[in-house]
Write a protein that binds this ligand. Structure first.
Ligand SMILES: [Zn+2]
Ligand SMILES: [Zn+2]
Length: 125
């Protein structure tokens, strides 16, 4: 009976750790974070211990394969880590990219001139 409790604790810690990681990463990438955060819960309800380890591993691998590729960068407004392809921060909802008024390309927030056409007239927010 005691070992069943120990195994349950290991399952909860394991699922909790993966949930925490998936929440942070999926939220930063604005990638169905709600679904990914709660997916590892099934591991806690899997009666077989090996089965629950495999379930967590499967969810983790599936996430790694399907997540949007790219680097995480700091939001210039709220300093949270966000995916660099996003135009809006998923946390504070503010724009994190500027637009070039000449060629209408998106420009990095910290840039003072457009890397595509060299124009210095960028949108300000
Ligand atoms: Zn932000
Ligand atoms: Zn431009």
């Amino acid at each position: 009976m005691e070992s069943a409790i120990v195994l349950l604790i290991i399952k909860v810690v394991m699922a909790g750790g993966v949930m925490f990681y998936l929440y942070k990463d999926a939220r930063a990438r604005d990638h169905s974070w709600f679904m990914w955060t709660f997916a590892p819960i099934i591991a806690i309800f899997t009666p077989d211990f090996v089965g629950s380890v495999l379930a967590v591993l499967f969810i983790f691998i599936l996430y790694t394969m399907t997540k949007p590729k790219g680097e995480l960068v700091k939001c210039p407004h709220c300093a949270k880590k966000i995916h660099d392809i996003l135009a809006f921060c998923p946390f504070c909802r503010q724009s994190v990219k500027r637009e070039c008024l000449r060629c209408h390309d998106t420009v990095d927030w910290h840039a003072d001139r457009c890397p595509h056409c060299g124009s210095m007239s960028l949108t300000k927010f």
